[in-house]
Design a protein around this ligand. Structure first.
Ligand code: MTE
Length: 328
């Protein structure tokens, strides 16, 4: 018997855990020999104690479950994941978002879903939090700049929200747009972010967007998203480079045609529409064969990059018969 015996994104009752048990299980898993893990001996006993936990948002509590099917051995510490960021609306330095994103106005927050849909929507963040099934998933996160982290996100499958708007049969692509706030430093002063045109825009093919691994995150590390990580709502597509993971989303438009994303507009020969993590397709200026893992301590660890960031078993079929070098 293996731990993952259903589809990896399906939640089973016995995968629900609280913080204490979750930490305890991590400790136990670390000390277990591999054979023990693959036999799953004693697992039922450990997992049975688990239960639901809560995310606090504007003083209200929302339940979420911890989906242990996504456990990874090592997490990037919260202090690193929340201070080493790319959010160019706040500047180009990695710590600019940490210092400057405090001005992001995240409440009230409405999300519009329009375009090729039968039921255009304007939905508040509160309604989303009340109606979507929140869960924690630990995903690998790989930036195109060749660094990586492992992050416990709290969110929900994007397809669940998209279905509410009923995409038409014409909807082939999904376009995402970030809030553009006049007092964002690089909106006020475009030189701060090399004249990147805002609002930041990203896109997915609809079958990619509907894939169960594609989530909208509202939290990380058991708490709501820090502003610098894309509060209150950001995309997480774990098999793609980080720049696809658009932050602070206010509009989602379904479209017949493939959009031009922000990075394609800026440098289409370096940043493609697909941006699937691929060790064999180098960026024109650097190799993608390995990555610098940002974990505990100061010594960076270089590790091999995995095709589709390690999610190939689940997503490779989306790209069957496609030339991944051409469609980078
Ligand atoms: N979304 C917006 N709106 N603006 C940005 O500059 N940067 C992207 C992506 N989403 C970006 C964005 C890039 S390049 C990366 S690597 C990730 O966000 C970084 O996410 P993190 O700061 O949570 O690690």
């Amino acid at each position: 018997m293996r731990i993952i015996y259903k589809k990896s994104w399906e939640i089973k009752e016995n995968t629900i855990t609280d913080e204490g048990v979750y930490q305890k299980r991590r400790e136990i898993l670390k000390t277990m020999p591999l054979g023990f893990l693959s036999l799953g001996m004693g697992m039922q006993g450990i997992f049975a104690e688990e239960n639901i936990t809560e995310l606090v948002f504007n003083e209200k509590k929302y339940s979420f479950i911890k989906n242990i099917n996504y456990l990874q051995e090592e997490l990037t510490p919260f202090e690193k994941a929340s201070t080493y960021n790319n959010f160019y609306e706040f500047g180009m330095q990695k710590d600019d978002p940490y210092y400057r994103a405090k001005i992001l106005k995240t409440s009230p927050w409405d999300l519009v879903i329009d375009g090729e849909v039968e039921k255009p929507l304007k939905i508040s963040l509160e309604k989303i939090l009340q109606s979507m099934p929140l869960e924690e998933r630990v995903y690998r996160f790989r930036c195109v700049e060749a660094w990586s982290m492992i992050i416990p996100w709290i969110g929900f499958e994007f397809n669940k929200l998209l279905k509410l708007a009923k995409p038409t049969s014409q909807a082939k692509y999904v376009i995402f747009e970030t809030l553009k706030q006049d007092d964002m430093p690089a909106v006020k002063n475009p030189f701060l972010a090399a004249n990147i045109p805002f609002p930041y825009v990203e896109g997915l093919r609809i079958d990619e967007a509907m894939h169960p691994l594609c989530i909208l995150a509202v939290g990380m590390y058991g708490r709501k998203l820090p502003n610098q990580n894309g509060a209150p709502l950001r995309l997480v597509v774990p098999w793609k480079y980080g720049f696809k993971n658009i932050k602070s989303i206010v509009r989602i438009t379904l479209s017949k045609t493939q959009p031009l994303s922000t990075w394609q507009r800026l440098a289409g020969d370096e940043y493609g529409f697909y941006a699937n993590v691929n060790p064999d397709v180098a960026h024109p200026r650097w190799s993608q064969a390995s990555e610098r893992f940002i974990g505990e301590g100061y010594r960076p660890t270089r590790i091999k990059t995995q095709i589709f960031n390690g999610y190939g078993d689940e997503v490779a079929r989306l790209y069957a018969n496609m030339d991944l070098e051409k469609n980078f």
